[in-house]
Ligand binder design. Structure first.
Ligand SMILES: Cc1ncc(COP(=O)(O)O)c(C=O)c1O
Length: 456
């Protein structure tokens, strides 16, 4: 983001510091503690709430009615219900074509392989992501190259991408992390300039929009996950969106043993046109997904409204810096509501103590956001494992592998990982009062930060 924006935001925040604790004054709605309403529950006071947040995944009679006929039909492998789910997901995302897969990791793997990316190729991505973005690059025998993040939006920083491009670069894999949207104008412009493919990892950002276009429809192929925690789920599942029909044929064929599809034609007398895998969605997964899609728009709206309200409240508390979105994000999605926790503003109360104190208040906060291991992806063990293999040692110059860590250092991501705290998207699905509870608990902890830090 622009420097002047950041300065303006910091000044604004500084002017609000004095009113912060008051603005987020806890209401102590429930309470089993004994130390009074204003005392943190971690120090014996009453928790802000004991009521649960909305359950996730959400389901009801309609979902049961949709799944039972599939179960009873005995047709459980990919067939008409999956085709119907693909049609509906494409409609929901305003996309031309959709292919359902067994999960998001294999949606990305299929996309990479269908684009012909393999050994010797480099794919630029972000270190601030789940391993499901990186394994597919490694499984294809390609080299993940990491570009650091924008500290405000937490997305891959386009300014850092171009420096990583060389003649071996085949693709950019931007990850719309936590429900945000990457700066797709700049990423697509870089891709066009250098003739690179763009595979969007939209596994966490269902429904997010850039200038009115939904994520997944902004690059060459867009990949989604429907794993249980995601804002659209069928337990396990995935999808690829695309506009190029022959390329989608290759995706289909790849996900189905290399069998014929549209423009993918095995030679006379042959049946498997390409090296492939099987990662098809099952009928019962699709039946669940169709039911969940019915709820999706209303849930998105509720999450965005609650998140905007929560941001207003949290942004007034010193040391709490909610993740921002680029101005061209026309609709925000949420997998986790993310914020940076700045320990120095909380007089040394550690992030672990902060999260534990929130838990005591009945507010479940996470430092992993469902997917982060605490180690940035550019330093994960799967890279070493791949690089020690014969295949990698034959495909890449010795110095590329030897200098990998130094070349792929991402200090902005390192700091972000240390400061990340988030609330799962399901916590944004309740009434506005739930947001008051979250902000109230954070404000209460801020107010009592020194005592909480001393208590250890
Ligand atoms: C950013 C990101 N990429 C990829 C994946 C992989 O998706 P799945 O778990 O469905 O394989 C996930 C989710 O788990 C994810 O959060």
């Amino acid at each position: 983001m622009q420097d002047h924006d950041i300065t303006r935001r910091r000044l604004l925040k500084a002017s609000l510091i004095g009113s912060a604790a008051l603005a987020a004054a806890p209401r102590g709605r429930a309470g089993a503690g004994t130390g009074g309403v204003g005392t943190p529950a971690a120090l014996g006071g009453q928790p802000v709430r004991t009521a649960p947040f909305p359950r996730w995944p959400d389901f009801g009679d309609a979902d049961e009615k949709a799944v039972l006929p599939v179960l009873r039909s005995g047709v459980w492998s990919r067939s008409k219900v999956v085709a119907e789910a693909e049609k509906r997901f494409a409609q929901l995302m305003n996309a031309d074509h959709c292919l359902a897969t067994c999960n998001g990791t294999n949606a990305i793997f299929t996309s990479i392989c269908a684009l012909g990316i393999g050994p010797g190729d480099e794919v630029i991505t972000t270190p601030y992501t789940f391993v499901g973005s990186v394994h597919p690059i490694l499984l294809a025998g390609a080299l993940p190259v990491f570009a650091d993040v924008d500290p405000d939006t937490w997305q891959i920083d386009p300014a850092k991408i171009e420096a990583k491009i060389n003649p071996n670069t085949a693709a950019i894999l931007p990850v719309h992390i936590l429900g945000g949207v990457c700066d797709m104008d700049r990423i697509n412009a870089i891709a066009r300039k250098h003739d690179l493919k763009v595979i969007e990892d939209a596994c966490e950002s269902h429904g997010g929009e850039w200038k009115g276009t939904k994520v997944g429809d902004l690059g060459d192929l867009g990949c989604f996950s429907f794993q249980t925690g995601k804002s659209l789920t069928c337990g396990e599942g995935g999808a690829i969106l695309g506009r190029d029909e022959p390329l989608m044929d290759r995706c289909y064929s790849f996900h189905n043993f290399g069998r014929a599809r549209g423009s993918v034609r095995p030679k006379q007398g042959q049946h498997y046109a390409m090296v492939a895998t099987k990662c098809r969605m099952a009928e019962y997964q699709a039946a669940i997904l169709i039911g969940q899609m019915e709820r999706f728009e209303a849930q998105c709206k509720r999450r965005s409204e609650n998140a905007a309200y929560l941001t207003e409240k949290l942004a007034q508390i010193p040391g709490i810096v909610p993740r921002e979105d680029y101005p061209d994000v026309t609709r925000k999605a949420f997998y986790y509501y993310g914020l940076r926790y700045q320990q120095e503003q909380f007089d040394g109360l550690t992030r672990g103590q902060f999260v534990a104190a929130l838990g005591a208040e009945g507010i479940r906060a996470s430092t992993s956001l469902g997917v982060l291991s605490g180690t940035p992806m550019n330093r994960e063990g799967c890279l070493d494992d791949a690089f020690q293999s014969k295949a990698y040692q034959m495909s890449y110059p010795r110095e590329t592998l030897a200098n990998y860590q130094a070349e792929n250092a991402c200090p902005a991501c390192d700091q972000l990982i240390e400061e990340t705290v988030g609330f799962h998207q399901s916590m944004l699905l309740g009434p506005r009062q739930d947001m008051d509870d979250i902000a109230g608990a954070v404000g209460k902890i801020y107010e009592h930060r020194r005592k909480l830090a001393a208590a250890g």
